[in-house]
Design a protein around this ligand. Structure first.
Ligand code: ATR
Length: 332
């Protein structure tokens, strides 16, 4: 499988977003099953795995540590720091905040190294920019980790173009991870051009539109239940009305996918990867069959007309990609 550059590593353009194995999309996957899937991912050629301190409050990093400690040389591990949960008087999560201080980073990185059972993180992101701390301070501290050998490369997640440029002057930014899909094209405006200028990679998260673009969701089986983050209050695209309208758009993806003998999800991934050689995608899945299907996207070549037709769907999507609080924390 052709590889793409991420820092000075060669990675499969299709990596694995590991979040859903531990958090946000319903109950966590049972540990032994998750580890089996992660091992199989390596066998299938996946070599870029994405996690974060925030995913299951360390549980996702611990899972990757268990899965990869005896095969560390076969994987590139990316993790992230910055967000913190806020708790109410009863100890329940009441919201999130971002702490981009060097002190918070030092605390987080030691946990991540321990949980991941490694002595170096391949790619370390600031998960969200802290508006109260100059980016130079956060990134300067991350640069120190590179000098100390604890981190190989640094990145930002959901940062705005001006922030990326300022950060890059402090320490080279190797990657920016932001949401990018047929349904979410806002990075094209200023982020992607900035990344081209500085020679960095875009790591596209939620390339399947949080599952919408796979074609597997229907009116009847809308994501729901305990631990499910895709609810109207957090994800307006899943609100009643918007969800149904967005599913109708997926049918347009399906009609193109059928001409390729492919699934809508495969076409959605092929579309993202066709937008530039400096783009890699990290679709999330908890299922081996879905992971295999996603890898099949590499074999699909879309025509210019198909790329344009699919690209036109973004303007018709109903609902923002996060609620108001979430939108305030991106592109800043
Ligand atoms: P995120 O980056 O937030 O993980 P995403 O990659 O756009 O979002 O989509 C992830 C969702 O797509 C998950 O709900 C995943 O469900 P499974 O864990 O059940 O697979 C779903 N998904 C991923 N690949 C899929 C596929 N090939 N077919 C059906 N659903 C898929």
């Amino acid at each position: 499988m052709d590889q793409r550059k991420l820092h000075d590593f060669d990675v499969n353009p299709i990596g694995l977003g590991c979040m859903g194995l531990s958090a946000f999309y319903g109950p966590p996957t049972e540990q032994a099953e998750a580890i089996r899937m992660l091992h199989e991912a390596i066998e299938l050629g996946i070599n870029h795995f994405d996690t974060a301190e925030m995913y299951g409050m360390g549980a996702n990093e611990k899972l990757l540590g268990e899965a990869f400690s005896d095969r560390r040389d076969k994987v590139r591990i990316a993790t992230k720091w910055g967000p913190k949960f806020l708790f109410d008087e009863d100890g329940n999560i009441s919201g999130t905040t971002v702490d981009g201080t060097p002190e918070n980073m030092r605390r987080a990185v030691e946990n991540s190294l321990k949980f991941l059972k490694t002595d170096v993180i391949d790619l370390y992101y600031l998960h969200r920019v802290d508006p109260n701390i100059p980016i130079e301070e956060s990134v300067g501290a991350m640069g120190d980790l590179v000098d100390e050998g604890k981190v190989r490369a640094i990145g930002l997640s959901e940062a705005g173009a001006e922030t990326i440029s300022r950060a890059h002057k402090t320490h080279p930014v190797s990657a920016v991870q932001s949401e990018y899909s047929i349904f979410s094209r806002d990075v094209e405006e200023t982020t992607l051009p900035t990344l081209k200028d500085i020679g960095a990679t875009l790591v596209a998260y939620s390339p399947l539109g949080r599952g919408l673009l796979t074609g597997a969701m229907t009116k009847e089986n809308k994501p729901s239940g305990e631990g499910e983050f895709r609810q109207a209050a957090m994800q307006p695209r899943f609100a009643e009305g918007a969800y149904e309208a967005n599913l109708a758009l997926v049918e347009e993806v399906r009609s193109i996918s059928e001409t390729h003998g492919a699934s809508p999800g495969q076409v959605a991934l092929a579309w993202v990867l066709a937008q530039g050689e400096n783009i890699v995608a990290i679709p999330g899945t908890t299922k081996l069959a879905n992971m295999k299907s996603n890898l099949g996207a590499s074999a699909i070549t879309l025509s210019d007309a198909e790329l344009a037709g699919l690209g036109a769907l973004a303007d018709k999507v109903q609902g923002a990609r996060y609620n108001e609080q979430g939108m305030a924390s991106v592109n800043r």
